[in-house]
Design a protein around this ligand. Sequence first.
Ligand SMILES: NC(=O)c1ccc[n+]([C@@H]2O[C@H](COP(=O)([O-])OP(=O)(O)OC[C@H]3O[C@@H](n4cnc5c(N)ncnc54)[C@H](OP(=O)(O)O)[C@@H]3O)[C@@H](O)[C@H]2O)c1
Length: 256
Amino acid sequence: MSYPFSSALITGASSGIGEAMVHELGDRGVDMVLVARRRDVLEALAERYPNCEVLVADLTTEQGLAAVAERIGDVDRPVDLVVNNAGFGSAGAFVGIDADRLDDEIALNIAALTRLSHAALTVMMQRRRGWVLNVSSIAGFQASPGLAVYAATKAYVTSLSESLHAEAASAGVVVTALCPGLTRTGFQEVSGTEHFVDRFPDFVWTSAHQVARDGLAAVAKGKTVAVPGAVYKGIVAATGVTPRPLVRWLSGRLGR
Ligand SMILES: NC(=O)c1ccc[n+]([C@@H]2O[C@H](COP(=O)([O-])OP(=O)(O)OC[C@H]3O[C@@H](n4cnc5c(N)ncnc54)[C@H](OP(=O)(O)O)[C@@H]3O)[C@@H](O)[C@H]2O)c1
């Protein structure tokens, strides 16, 4: 697939879905700005592709966010595509999770994504050219006891992206929500969901590469919401017609 964008900034580029996007875009000659906290990993990735910048930033800090927003807004070095991919979850009972960790989760999954979407749309809508891909999750389509804050942050990401898709369309700019299901990445270790790897059969796992390709293809085609994989397309369709109490119960059983 060839893409309409010639430059991209990817947050969470050092691992998992973000790293898979780096390979997908880098192999097609797209110039890139790679954002994450781990400099050594980003530098090793950047060496593999020409015109690849490293921007080390912790997106839960004002300084990190400001640096990335400034780079997106740099009119002399325009970025065609912004991928808001950095994010993490916290498994367990709501009251059992450290409150500061939940603050960081909301800061990264919601506040940083909002700020960087704002920075991107401000320049892109003036330029009348641009694409924003916000990485959400199928967890955002229903309540998820045991991953309560994570699911709530992703419901926000999908809702915000759908609204922004409608607002930006008249300026020729695309905003897409990418909603993957289970994908083997660093996410399981960080979120405390390693037990999902043994619990769920292989066919429900999507590869990071497939998620990356489906998401990039969707934003390139101007889609509003993308759900990679037939299994998850079916689950999302079923969720929409299943009574909410049953969806909550099922989702709580699966998340244990
Ligand atoms: N894997 C799944 O099953 C799944 C399913 C649905 C949605 N998602 C979503 O997919 C996105 C990517 O996750 P992943 O699965 O690829 O997990 P991952 O392998 O753990 O990657 C997360 C990325 O986010 C970066 N990151 C974390 N905290 C950060 C911070 N404070 N500032 C800047 N960057 C930060 C990490 O880099 P550093 O550690 O170097 O900073 C890493 O590159 C997330 O939004 C996640 O919610 C994942």
